[in-house]
Write a new protein. Structure first.
Length: 352
């Protein structure tokens, strides 16, 4: 039998399974690509030497073989007569705090992303180059995270932090391979992403009903938008990114489109300054709209090594809609007397 174990460091305070100082009574880690920052909730029997803004490392595992599941800082303390609840935010908080202004000429999306990640004092992980953008502006009215999140949604990419704290910006699932026609560098990046997505990563794996699953459910719905039209603030060129820019009185010639059907979304986007970019944004927005339409959530015994973006597969369930492969969009680790150590995994399914 495997014995769940933990190791916890908060500033000068430390606790572990073999020396459980101040409890803890509960450890919960929530990481979700739909939520800006990773979060943790730690319940201790006393506040000990824990203070706001203390650095935090949470490690979980079995039989003393622990792995990092969350790194961040103390964002809130809620002491009461029975102990204290410690709220932890992950490293993405630095991008949420970043307020900067910048102007980019003919830079790839990946170059813009790496610059803002560096300005936030963070390290870039897997960053796809994406298309080259003729003009792109960042201003202080929004956080660095908000700007990158909006760019990721335009391109059908995911923006998230790995458990080692590196920030990733890449096409996964339906968003992979959308830049195959945007130059050799983008094609190579997309090809690498597609290959990686076809493999079961080191933190992923195959989960079978009757062997691994404690719980499993599927969510399927029709995507909100089947047809997306993107128009620029000042559409200029139908001949590609390298041509001169000029205004046009006929917007429809320079709109970008993707998908089909009656559920049409019209987006006016000042960053879509050429028809090529408008088409690319439309394809990306369609992928963004579709990725939450087919999801599977499973619960398994604690898996500290799984990470956002890993490719996994579920099989052998009697209900065929629960079976399939995809990539992980959300992880919740629970470690307490009620659950023991279990991990909830939500994946976006690959649907042909």
């Amino acid at each position: 039998m495997l014995k769940p174990t933990f190791a916890l460091t908060i500033g000068a305070f430390s606790s572990a399974s073999d020396n459980a100082v101040a409890g803890p009574r509960r450890l919960m880690v929530a990481r979700d690509m739909d939520v800006a920052a990773d979060a943790g909730e730690i319940v201790l029997t006393s506040r000990a030497r824990v203070y706001l803004q203390d650095g935090v490392r949470v490690e979980l595992g079995h039989d003393g073989e622990n792995e990092l599941v969350l790194a961040g800082v103390v964002a809130a303390l809620r002491p009461d007569l029975a102990g204290v609840q410690v709220t932890v935010l992950g490293v993405m908080q630095h991008l949420l705090d970043l307020r900067t202004a910048a102007w980019y000429d003919n830079q790839s999306a990946g170059a813009i992303v790496r610059d803002l990640i560096e300005q936030a004092g963070l390290e870039a992980g897997a960053v796809d180059e994406g298309p080259s953008l003729p003009r792109y502006a960042v201003d202080r009215r929004q956080s660095g995270y908000a700007h990158l999140r909006r760019l990721a949604d335009r391109l059908g990419y995911e923006l998230y932090a790995k458990r080692d704290g590196k920030i990733c910006f890449q096409g996964l699932g339906a968003g992979a391979g959308l830049d195959a026609g945007s130059g050799l560098l983008a094609a190579a990046s997309s090809a690498a992403t597609a290959v990686a997505g076809s493999l079961l990563g080191s933190g992923g794996g195959v989960y079978q009903y009757g062997q691994h699953l404690l719980r499993g459910e599927a969510r399927r719905h029709v995507p909100a938008w089947g047809h997306i039209v993107v128009g620029g603030e000042s559409p200029m060129s139908g001949e590609g990114d390298s041509t001169a820019h000029w205004l046009t009185a006929n917007d429809s010639d320079y709109q970008g489109e993707a998908g089909s059907g009656n559920a049409t979304l019209l987006i006016l986007d000042g960053a879509a300054r050429t028809k090529d970019i408008a088409d690319r944004f439309a394809a990306g927005q369609l992928a963004t709209a579709a990725r939450s339409a087919h999801q599977v959530t499973i619960r398994v015994l604690g898996r500290p090594q799984v990470d956002l973006g890993d490719t996994i597969q579920v099989g052998s369930a009697a209900e065929e809609l629960i079976n399939g492969s995809g990539y992980i969009r959300a992880l919740h680790h629970h470690f307490d007397a009620v659950h023991g150590f279990v991990t909830d995994i939500r994946m976006a399914l690959s649907v042909s």
